[in-house]
Design a protein around this ligand. Structure first.
Ligand code: NCD
Ligand code: ZN
Length: 367
């Protein structure tokens, strides 16, 4: 009989639900893969960068974005977190009022112009000159960080010796941790050994999300034939980095590294003058995570290994974010499952395996 794992429904703690015609099919893809909730990133157009809809700032509010998500099927989630995008207009008062109203559980820092939808961001060095981060710490609001240094020259952005994520985790993150020892931080979509090591050495107030693509692939897979469907930010890195991610998630004592897919749909990936950053893994992320564990040498038929997998996928993240573990379950079975494009009124979304020339995953999922 094929190996099967029955797991609590899980929270995808870093995803992009988008907006308009994409919202409904993407939420459905999350429900289809056993999600009982998500953390939905705020890099919409305009960004979700204020809390209340009656605030005159020309952004979407968390109130409005939550209503859109609920109306598009998000009401089927047990719970979902909508972090507010940090901009030059964010004030300590917004943080305090949002937290008190129960609408603000997290915020998101983007490296200015450093990824899809990051054009409204305010540099961390400037944020540190305000009282915004203090307000996060005081109001127990989690700071979700896209940890890459912005505006680096090409040589420093991605080199064997240094890259934008390493720069951030060497230069910026230690200072932030020192200045705000009680601030709750998630290092999002971690890709480097430098970042993993920092999280391992730091206190319990910092944890990290890890995507399937960063567990499975390296930059070699991206550049060999330029598989642009694997182009996401932060970029997939080197074997040594992937090894650090793999050992972090396989560790039976892991309490800090959890699932957050960074599933980021683009109906047009390759454009006339470049490529949109983001891999879509809606509908198939648990299967890909299981493949990632196996690629790291894990035997998921072993009880202790299966426990580490369940902790990574279903328990560590919600514990960190203060979400309730679901009493409902879903099942992964070691039989291949075909993968399909997701049709939307704005065009098809190609999931990562198809983008890499694979039409199936080696695990199937049933609800
Ligand atoms: C994300 C997107 O498309 O919204 N892209 C990505 O490459 N991960 C933005 C982000 O999370 O960086
Ligand atoms: Zn993201």
């Amino acid at each position: 009989m094929a190996l099967s794992l029955t797991l609590p429904k899980w929270y995808d703690l870093h995803t992009h639900l988008r907006q308009g015609a994409l919202l409904k099919p993407i939420i459905q893809s999350q429900l289809d893969m056993g999600c009982c909730g998500v953390l939905a990133m705020p890099n919409t157009k305009p960004p979700a960068a204020k809390v209340f809809k009656d605030d005159p700032l020309a952004y979407w509010s968390i109130e409005e974005y939550r209503a859109m998500i609920n109306a598009a099927g998000g009401d089927q989630f047990d719970d979902f977190i909508t972090p507010m995008y940090l901009t030059k207009d964010t004030t300590p008062q917004m943080i305090e009022d949002g937290a008190k109203a129960g609408l603000l559980r997290a915020v998101k820092y983007y490296p200015p112009h450093g990824t899809t939808g990051a054009d409204f961001s305010y540099p961390l060095v400037d944020l540190l000159k305000t009282d915004v981060i203090k307000a996060l710490e005081d109001n127990n609001v989690t700071m979700c960080i896209h940890g890459e240094e912005h505006a680096l020259p090409g040589e420093a952005y991605f080199d064997r010796e240094t890259n934008a994520e390493e720069f951030f985790y060497r230069e910026r993150m230690p200072r932030l941790l020192d200045a705000f020892p009680n601030l709750k931080i998630v290092g999002e979509h971690m890709t480097t050994k430098v970042a993993v090591d920092l999280v391992l050495q730091a206190g319990d107030n910092i944890a990290a999300s890890i995507t399937p693509q960063h567990l499975i692939y390296t930059v070699g897979h991206l550049v060999q034939g330029f598989k642009y469907h694997l182009f996401c930010l932060p970029l997939v890195k080197f074997d040594e980095d992937r090894a650090a991610l793999r050992s972090a998630v396989l560790d039976p004592n892991n309490t800090k590294f959890f699932a957050g897919t960074d599933s980021a749909a683009h109906t047009v990936k390759a454009t006339d003058c470049g490529c949109a950053a983001g891999c879509f893994t809606g509908g198939i992320a648990p299967q890909l995570y299981a493949e990632g564990f196996e690629a790291a040498g894990a035997d998921l038929s072993d009880a202790q290994t299966a426990k580490a997998f369940e902790a990574f996928l279903c328990r560590i993240g919600p514990n960190f974010h203060g979400l309730k573990i679901s009493e409902d379950t879903f099942t992964l079975t070691k039989t291949p499952q075909k993968v399909y494009k997701t049709p939307t009124d704005d065009g098809d979304i190609t999931p990562l395996p198809i983008g890499l020339g694979h039409d199936s995953v080696s695990w199937s999922l049933s609800l």
